[in-house]
Design a protein around this ligand. Structure first.
Ligand code: ADP
Ligand code: MG
Length: 292
């Protein structure tokens, strides 16, 4: 291997906003067979916005929003932020809840005015023995539209739901097609439910979907693909993605993502645009040809 062609390769990458931490990553990138893309913030912009608020069990919409905003106020999760910014647009100035617990991959549990509130996945409510039958119909319809639904329970009773939509990045479908045309198998991985995940995957041309994967299990999924003999890249932006980025043969971080993801990755896509992966692999293939 000539160090010069590798240096030229990494230099060319930098011109395209692709920062490669070491020469060995360029060598691994040309052998990739499989790419795993995180959904939120990687395939999508990661800026979910509220689209639907449905009160239930006799709660009025204004009270539902007010309680949910207080519940989510101290969560740094993008879905929580969607509820909080919507509330602020409506002029709400939320007070802190009396107690707050984040349940990673599931939602939040808080106490407001002596009342227990849960906001999160169907599993979160079911694990708390709350009947969610009244939400199933609207929830499934919203999820088929690619929206993510958060259920809201007040004092152990299902009392509403919030739906958010996140926009797919302009070049995501083009990048997926580019990778598939190179003979690379493309997967989506997400903590979100499988109906929403499949709707978003379908919009960008992905058929291989791993959904409802808890944050601590993303790395195991990448390890399992490697076990099958695949050479695997992981692409992600979140703190949740860091162990999977480190486990993959090549980890790509989105430059607009968290510092933790960037630190764990081998290559950073400064522009946050997934076509950078296609460019990086082309570059690595060209560089390796020059070396041989
Ligand atoms: P992702 O991989 O899409 O970033 P997470 O693993 O962080 O997802 O969360 C999985 C699911 O848990 C979310 O789709 C959402 O339904 C629920 N969830 C997580 N955090 C919160 C929160 N703060 N408020 C409401 N729901 C949440
Ligand atoms: Mg993400």
């Amino acid at each position: 291997a000539t160090p010069t062609s590798i240096m030229v390769g990494t230099g060319k990458g930098a011109e395209h906003g692709i920062l490669i931490k070491g020469a060995e990553h360029l060598e691994h990138a040309h052998r990739l067979t499989t790419i795993v893309l995180d959904k939120t913030g990687t395939i999508t912009k990661g800026e979910p916005e509220i689209t639907d608020i449905i009160p239930m069990a006799g709660l009025d919409a204004a009270t539902l929003l007010q309680l949910a905003v207080r519940a989510e106020k101290n969560s740094e999760h993008p879905l929580a932020q969607a509820i909080v910014s919507y509330g602020k647009q409506q002029g709400l100035v939320p007070e802190d809840p009396a107690s707050f617990t984040a349940i990673p991959g599931h939602g939040v549990e808080v106490t407001v005015d002596g009342q227990r509130i849960l906001v999160g996945t169907r599993k979160l409510l079911q694990d708390n023995a709350i009947d969610i039958a009244g939400a199933i119909g609207p929830m499934e319809e919203l999820e088929l539209q690619g929206k993510t639904v958060m259920l809201f329970a007040l004092e152990n009773q299902l009392s509403g739901l919030f739906a958010v939509a996140d926009t797919v990045k302009a070049n995501s479908a083009e990048a997926v097609a580019g990778l598939q045309n190179m003979g690379i198998e493309v997967w989506m991985i997400t903590g979100d439910n499988s109906r929403t995940a499949r709707a978003i995957a379908g919009a960008v041309g992905i058929t291989n979907v791993m959904a409802e994967v808890l944050p601590e299990h993303k790395a195991e999924k990448v390890a399992a693909l490697k076990q099958e003999g695949k050479i695997v890249a992981m692409v992600g932006d979140g703190i949740n993605d860091a162990p999977a980025l480190a486990t993959a043969d090549v980890g790509f971080a989105i430059g607009t993502g968290t510092d933790v993801a960037i630190a764990a990755a081998d290559i950073t896509l400064m522009r946050g645009d997934l076509t950078g992966i296609v460019a990086a692999i082309r570059l690595s293939r060209a560089t390796m040809r020059n070396i041989k």
